[in-house]
Design a protein around this ligand. Structure first.
Ligand SMILES: NC(=O)c1ccc[n+]([C@@H]2O[C@H](COP(=O)([O-])OP(=O)(O)OC[C@H]3O[C@@H](n4cnc5c(N)ncnc54)[C@H](OP(=O)(O)O)[C@@H]3O)[C@@H](O)[C@H]2O)c1
Length: 265
């Protein structure tokens, strides 16, 4: 593929769900893409869909596990070797572990932190410095409404999103003088493979609350990034949830959250 001069959008977790929908948003705006996730066949399928949509090659694929330090370093070297200039960084890859913390395998809980936090921080640091040297760029980090409260039975996930929500808002202020706009996208429940991967398909969270589509969430996130917003919480239900947390006693918020997350059976 011929190198674009306009700058690429690197999207992590582009093989499905919100990341895939975000990739299609960028493609509709003719922004060239670097699609990253572990499942290469899904990335190649998206690559082809984007090519058919744009009428030309608009994306490149890099399959890797972002929790593997060697895989991460190889991705960075590949970007350097290919001389790909990244104008947009979308840290979307992430997952949740449902269930009781003490019963879940320790390695699984720690791996979640490597993906949801460590990979995101490393990408913000490496690519943020490249953007600083080039005079600007855009970063979109996918946090969650889960980051606004504790989440029994999805405890490491909620805590990891609290990190993303806080870190992203800090970077929004810190990186502004360098022409880098940093936006937090904080969705509530979204219809993706996330729910089954987390094992919370029959939890009240996904049964009782209204669930948004990945496309609607991606549209909101893309719009917020273009407008250089600090925070984007898609959907009225989610905005109301965050507002109500300000006046809800902490113990009550914890218990309701635990009830909603607890998948029975
Ligand atoms: N769905 C929701 O209700 C919801 C709500 C709020 C926030 N979010 C956040 O939205 C983001 C996207 O989630 P989603 O709902 O779209 O779920 P999803 O459909 O399961 O997508 C997760 C993406 O992350 C990638 N990924 C997982 N592990 C990876 C690894 N080790 N290395 C590289 N890529 C990896 C997956 O691709 P591979 O499997 O191919 O690697 C996939 O493309 C996550 O950060 C999630 O926390 C989701």
């Amino acid at each position: 593929m011929e190198k674009e001069v306009t700058g690429y959008a690197l999207i992590t977790g582009a093989s499905g769900g919100i990341g895939r929908a975000l990739a299609l948003q960028f493609a509709q705006h003719k922004i060239p893409l670097i699609l990253v996730a572990r499942r290469e066949p899904e990335l190649l399928e998206l690559n082809l869909e984007i090519k058919n949509m744009a009428g030309r090659d608009l994306s490149v694929v890099y399959a890797c596990d972002l929790t593997n330090p060697a895989g991460f370093d190889q991705l960075m070297s590949w970007i350097k070797d290919q001389n790909l200039h990244i104008k947009y960084l979308v840290n979307n890859a992430g997952y949740g572990n449902g269930g009781a913390f003490l019963s879940n395998p320790e390695a699984q809980e720690v791996n979640l932190l490597h993906l949801n936090i460590e990979a995101l921080v490393k990408l913000c640091h490496t690519i943020g410095n490249q953007m600083k040297n080039r005079g600007g760029g855009f970063i979109l980090n996918v946090g969650s409404t889960a980051g606004y409260l504790p989440g029994p039975f999805l405890s490491t996930y909620y805590a990891s999103k609290a990190f993303v929500n806080s870190f992203t808002q800090s970077l929004h202020e810190e990186l502004r003088p360098f022409g880098i706009s940093v936006t937090l996208l904080a969705p509530g429940p979204v219809e993706t493979a996330f729910v089954d991967r987390a094992g919370i398909g029959n939890s009240p969270l996904f049964k009782r609350l209204s669930v948004m589509t990945a496309e609607t969430v991606a549209k909101s996130g893309f719009f917020a990034l273009q407008k250089k917003q600090a925070i984007c919480v898609p959907g009225l239900q989610n905005k109301l949830l965050i507002w109500s947390l300000r006046i809800t006693p902490a113990a009550m918020a914890r218990r309701i959250s635990g009830f909603l997350n607890h998948a029975k059976g």
